[in-house]
Design a protein around this ligand. Structure first.
Ligand SMILES: [Zn+2]
Length: 383
């Protein structure tokens, strides 16, 4: 802390042109309970900047909390030489849009960061009141239903897994093993499942799509893959915004399965295949950056996947094909309902029974039978 204690002048700040105060390399660390700097004569004894009398330096150093209370201001202009931060850069980048961290920060670090922000605002150095616009706390990852701790000897070292299955798989697994805010239980079978998915994507993306052009095309299959793709883009986009990384990855796994099955049927165009694969790889880029970058190149793209725009979905392409079901009560037509093609029997019956137009006809009656003729009608027998 750049303060000098003079017997005459009291506490005198180190002059600006002597900052920063560079610490000695040869301080001795002894168990005195005092800062090791206090024992370093060459460091401690200095003349007073004001009157020149023999004086002593402050030997306490600033706590790391001092740094973590305003680093987000400095980060916006890390190379700035004329002050703690460039006011123009602050205007562009701050306040921080999204903060994520452990809930344990709520009582110390975040409080101090807010205090610094409000003090700097009062000094007129910044013009916002809160350092972080949104806060999202992550959960804790446990192991075998227990908190990881050195004393229990149940600490999972990510490095071992990174060397075995790669950083992409470890990262994906951490995102996949539970809701971000809840954390989850680390399991080896879980991480192996994610590793298998990564390998499957590798196979899928490395296939020679021109092979598909030698077999007959089924338009329904093309449409199914296209629909699955656009549904996935929509779902993953929403999930990413909502920090629902686990369900985003589940959707990407599902799309991978859809592609694997389509390849086995070999009944879609290479264009449909290439479009789906490229978008799958692009959506995976924030989750598996290395794998995606490799596959982006392998699928014939130039430049980096990480400079691409996020894929966009088309609502009409994501929509399910629908059919109209006739709903009868005791053989009389009472309603027509729009339902997805291939709706399950139970869902069709439930949709018919809860239809607002049907309700008055069955209210207070005993529904003894519901008959479903797939793709055509639901007949409710009530008396
Ligand atoms: Zn003095």
């Amino acid at each position: 802390i750049p303060i000098i204690y003079c017997p005459e002048c009291g506490e005198v700040p180190v002059p600006d042109d002597e900052l920063p105060v560079v610490l000695p390399e040869d301080a001795e660390f002894l168990p005195t309970g005092e800062s090791p700097l206090a024992l370093h004569e060459g460091f401690v004894n200095v003349p007073c900047p004001d009157c020149g009398r023999p004086s002593k330096r402050e030997t306490d150093t600033m706590d790391t909390f001092v740094d973590s209370s305003w680093y987000f201001l400095r980060y916006a202009s890390a190379g700035f030489q004329d002050g703690p931060f460039d006011p123009e850069a602050i205007k562009k980048w701050n306040p921080v849009d999204q903060y994520t961290g452990g809930v344990e920060h709520a009582v110390m670090h975040l409080l101090y960061a807010r205090f610094f922000t409000k003090a700097l605002r009062d000094l007129g150095l910044i013009d916002f009141d809160e350092p972080f616009v949104r806060l999202f706390n992550q959960g804790t990852i446990i192991y075998q239903h227990q908190k990881m701790s050195k004393s229990r000897g149940n600490v999972i070292a990510p490095d071992d897994y990174v060397s075995e299955v790669g950083a992409d798989v470890v990262r994906s697994y951490l995102m996949f093993l539970g809701p971000w805010e809840a954390g989850g239980d680390w399991s080896d079978s879980g991480i192996n499942g994610v590793a298998r998915w990564a390998n499957r994507v590798w196979e899928v993306a490395n296939r020679d799509s021109s092979e598909l052009d030698h077999s007959p095309v089924n338009e329904n299959s093309v449409r199914d893959v296209q629909r699955a793709l656009h549904k996935t883009i929509k779902k993953v986009s929403d999930d990413m915004d909502g920090f629902k990384f686990n369900t985003a990855i589940a959707s990407l796994m599902e799309l991978t399965n859809t592609l694997t099955q389509a390849w086995e049927r070999s009944d879609l165009t290479s264009d449909a295949w290439n479009e789906a694969v490229s978008n799958l790889v692009a959506m995976m880029a924030p989750i598996t950056p290395y794998l995606s970058e490799e596959l982006w190149e392998a699928t014939g793209h130039e430049s980096s996947v990480h400079t691409q725009s996020w894929p966009e979905w088309d609502e009409s392409l994501a929509a399910d094909e629908t059919i109209t079901l006739v709903v009868q009560v005791n053989g009389r037509l009472r309603d027509r309902i729009e339902v997805p093609v291939g709706i399950e029997e139970d869902t069709a019956k439930e949709t018919a029974l809860t239809s607002p137009k049907i309700q008055p006809h069955i209210q207070g009656k005993n529904v003894s039978k519901v008959i479903y003729v797939p793709g055509r009608l639901v007949n409710i027998v009530a008396g």
